[in-house]
Design a binder for this molecule. Sequence first.
Ligand code: ARG
Length: 458
Amino acid sequence: MQKPWEGRFKEATDKFVESFTQSVDFDKELAPWDIEQSMAHVKTLLSAGLLSQEEAQSLLQGLQELQKEVLQGSFEFRRELEDVHMNVEAELISRLGEVGGKLHTARSRNDQVVTDERLYVKDGVREVCRLLGEVRRRLVELAEESIDILLPAYTHLQRAQPIRLAHYLLAYREMFLEDERRLLQAYRSADALALGSGAVAGVDFPLDRFYTAELLRFNRLCRNSVQATADRDYLLDLLYACAVCGMHLSRLAEDLILWSTEEFGFVELPDRLCTGSSIMPQKKNPDLLELIRGKAGRLYGNLVSLLTVLKALPTAYNRDLQEDKEPVFDSLKTLKGSLEGMSLVLEGIQFREDRMKSASGGLALMTDLANYLVLKGLPFRQAHRLVGSITAYLLERGKKPEELSLEELRRFSELFEEDALRLLDPQVSADRKGTYGGTAKEEVLRRLQVAKREEGIP
Ligand code: ARG
């Protein structure tokens, strides 16, 4: 197989080097975008007078055929042709003859590869955002259905204060909304045309880059040919956004795994989403959630991997940059899988209201007692200490706060009156947290309305 650079070389490429340096094994993933870009490039060359009408026509037709084969999966990629760009070009030349050799006029693989990747990222972000939106909308639906379910919120993984389950679910919806903002930031970073930058210096021919940008639906142009070919920051933005989203999914997965244990018993996962053990017949394991939790690892790894490739890289294109692709492909694929998995979980999960409720009272209500004393004029620090000693009293006797009598309470402070006992109810406790963003029913309902509006849920 002929190499495009054969004119300069006296011997064939070493077989090992050929296989070590090739990227087509993975960058064939870019083929549809590579061909799309080439079609726009042909039109730009035509408008610059670098191709005749007939030449452009024949190139476009050839590219269209290749695109069909790529999408059908019948296009045969060859490793000795190094990468996706040379595979497509070589195939075109072998079918069209000489005119095929005009395609690469005024273009380098350095601006070509970036253009492919930018197109790829834009489409990838769109798809991830669609799946992320599904997860968010499901969280909102679940929140609406579970508005009256209470559970303890944990800090330090110790029972802290009762909250509404809806409030918890909407917390994740907020995180996933921020993830969308980060992903769209990556989209905006990617939304610039690199083509026309050549290998590093720009090109010698009068290409109308604005026209190319319009054809490929880029919002703006990369403004400097050195930056355009050197820059992979838009990929970092994407990998970062994916890593953070994966972290959120991982935390949600961890809560649900914990909640599905016999010890918590807050949720029941459908059998179809769990797997069993090959030795212990009683087991039902939340493997799907465990893997969603675990996949955060590679999402972080991919970000660190590309950051490391870019560190101290001499300015403009170096072959190291070929290492940018697998992390990006992997992060998008991984995140899509995790989002789909989480959607399935949220579709099938059952919340065990009774278990949540019975865990949400008890000592989780002690802050409410302290706040009661504050409203009676006691400085908070004194109230904290006093209720701390009531807690110790309860623990010594193995008693729950709900079992306290007014007389007992008054032994600690004369400030306690009948209404203090009414506070010892998780529902009352939650509904007292009425500040903006708090867990009181009225406030959660307000936030729910906003969330529904933002998600376009009627
Ligand atoms: N396969 C290469 C990459 O992904 C394409 C650009 C190669 N450019 C070059 N001058 N060798 O980075």
